[in-house]
Design a protein around this ligand. Structure first.
Ligand SMILES: [Zn+2]
Ligand SMILES: [Zn+2]
Length: 243
């Protein structure tokens, strides 16, 4: 069997294309692109679903959101997600609620979370002044999928893999070196599920990779269970496929 037909078979077996790490502005002040445009951009490139994983941490709430209370934080955060979801419904693309969390106790480490809803996000808010281990122990739902984002990027320290469901091995943000080979080795060593995402913030790197699935997850929870089942493949630039 030649390589082309193997690729074609895999694409047929895993027909749905997902982006699992995307930021929108203004919910993520480091992003450039409003939610509607993010959705249109990925939709036009043939994606079927996208997880909106905006930043979520205390310093952001006070310094950038200037939020006076929890409700204001949640409103600002969710407003981008709702806009994205509405645009997704218009064009026919699934939009999943996710988050990229950060705790002061682990410095610049970022953690991705899938399998959440608005009520859970409100509970998670209460744990953002604690630390990730406390969050995992007392707040994280069985229905969620929690992983360290780009664990080998500069300024990161490796969080205890026993408390994680996975590692974001393939972070394709073009302005950072996420040391993919080290991340891959680490995930293998600790037998963690590997994920991939573009860490979309700016124009021009939306079509670098996708996670291909057999079914199209209907919501953030089904996305989490699909990831837990580890039944997906990675595609990079449409030409390299990693089963
Ligand atoms: Zn960012
Ligand atoms: Zn990110």
């Amino acid at each position: 069997m030649d390589i082309k037909s193997i690729k074609r078979d895999l694409q047929r077996e895993y027909p749905f294309r997902l982006e699992l790490h995307a930021h929108t502005r203004p919910a993520s002040p480091c992003g450039d692109i409003p939610p509607e445009t993010v959705i249109d951009t990925f939709y036009r490139s043939g994606y079927n679903g996208i997880a909106i994983t905006n930043h979520f941490f205390c310093d952001l709430f006070s310094r950038y959101y200037h939020a006076k209370d929890k409700q204001e934080v949640l409103d600002k955060y969710l407003s981008d997600y709702y806009k994205a979801r509405q645009e997704g419904e218009k064009v026919g693309m699934k939009v999943y609620l996710g988050a990229e969390l950060r705790w002061q106790s682990t410095g610049n480490n970022d953690y991705l979370l899938f399998g959440i809803d608005e009520h859970m996000l409100s509970d998670i808010y209460d744990y953002m002044s604690a630390d990730p281990a406390t969050f995992v122990r007392d707040c994280k739902s069985e229905k969620s999928f929690f992983l360290q984002a780009h664990p080998f990027r500069e300024d990161m320290t490796r969080f205890d893999p026993a408390l994680l469901d996975g590692e974001e091995v393939f972070n394709l943000h073009p302005n950072h070196n996420s040391a993919i080979a080290f991340a891959d080795q680490f995930a293998e060593q600790h037998q963690k599920i590997k994920t991939m995402g573009t860490d979309y913030h700016h124009e021009g790197h939306h079509n670098l990779c996708s996670t291909r699935t057999k079914i199209l997850p209907k919501d953030s929870f089904e996305l989490a269970s699909t990831l837990k089942a580890n039944d997906f493949i990675f595609e990079i630039t449409g030409s390299i496929i990693l089963p």
